[in-house]
Design a protein around this ligand. Sequence first.
Ligand code: NAD
Length: 472
Amino acid sequence: MSFGVDYTMTIGGVPVSSPRKIDVINPATEQVFASVPDATAEDLDRAVEAAQRALPGWRATPHAERAQALRRAAELLEAHADELAELFTKEQGRPFEGAKQEILGASFWFRLTAKMTVPVEIVEDTPARRVEVHHEPLGVVCAIVPWNFPVLLAAWKIAPALLTGNTMVLKPSPFTPLCTLRLGELLREALPAGVLNVISGGDALGPMMTSHAGFAKISFTGSTATGKRVMASAAQDLKRITLELGGNDAAIVFGDVDVAQVAEQIFFGAFHNTAQVCVATKRLFIHDSIYDAMRERLHALAKQLKVGDGADPASVFGPLQNAPQYRRVRAMIDEAKAEGLTLLEGGAVPDRGYFIPLTLVDNPPDTARVVVEEAFGPVLPLLRFSDVDEVVARANDTEYGLAGAVWSKNVDLAVEVAKRLDTGTVWINQNLQSTPMIPLAGHKQSGFGVENGLAGLLEYTQPKSIFIPKAA
Ligand code: NAD
């Protein structure tokens, strides 16, 4: 079927189509509204070859020029922000304002990453010799991103990889390929041919990429289960890997907070993007002394804030992004009901589309599936606690370790608790904050390696120690 717009892959700086297509569904209507190329093994080979051909020229390009190309990419995103945001809402489901925030967030990422430098460390400087450690690009990077933040998470990979002199083949999720393909089209103007290649495809393409011998590194964001497959595949030829995976983040709210003041922020920390955020609050521990007040306030917000088609300006939250995710979250809620847990539902949602009301679960046992598993959807367990040691132990009792939050007027206490949480990030009296300068490093099964910050930048490089003798 033709939908008017022909979304193309970008290989070697030029548009590439494919006779085979995959459908793209609007999650608010369940209607197919676009189709994109389904890349073949030959398309992948061509993309890797294009990236390899571009590599010597790009790594020899001065850092300042590479940074300038990132700034140009930022300008292009800004110039097309409305167009991209509209498309984003259709394919991803998030209402326009939040969609536009993501496009501008990606542009911010390009701009700020462009300010970063790759250090040359002098580790020894004696009368006999100087030893310098340089950081060299790895080569062609395979970048694979999920459907929850398709543009921002692509920028998190493109910006540092390209700044440090690598070239890339990027693959979006089959559920959200449109904005990423469009990004590839726009960036043809900012980058030399072959530096950034964008290909789309179905479920077979990811494994084809991770086992392709032409890549030096895989940068992957997605679920922990897939991350393990990626790691196994990378082991074949020891490709470098960075894995940003799932989380089951705890927020701990102490009894001294002003419930009316913090409830809304805590609510959005859990439900932003219809709770499809890797670092969302997924287990909310509330001190016994304010539990009832907080539960009532959160429930009032759930009833008040509209869930609907992102194309409707009144909608604050959109649908679940895709049918499998919808079914998974529905099943978790049905199971919680069947177990006799108390569910507090938000306002009504449209009958059609992958909509689920924002749902709170009133103090389930820690062993309930809705507490143990990452829901990645709008069902939030509220958990009572009364003791600091107890709540830290319960918060840490998970295979995940992505992020967490502590809410208290006693910032010293909050910092002490933050130090005891086994996660890569802890926010105090805030949440969902990140910048290109701040590392995001999943502990335990939430990741492998680091994204963002200097450590994240250097993950796209390998060290080279050069021993330089001094004149005798
Ligand atoms: P997913 O693992 O199903 O898919 C992610 C990407 O991997 C998609 O592009 C998919 O096509 C591809 N893929 C699937 N199987 C593959 C394979 N065998 N080999 C290579 N690639 C493969 O994840 P999802 O459902 O798209 O995303 C949701 C998950 O991502 C959640 O668990 C969430 O917490 C996590 N996430 C983590 C972060 C982070 O920074 N830590 C950020 C966003 C999302």
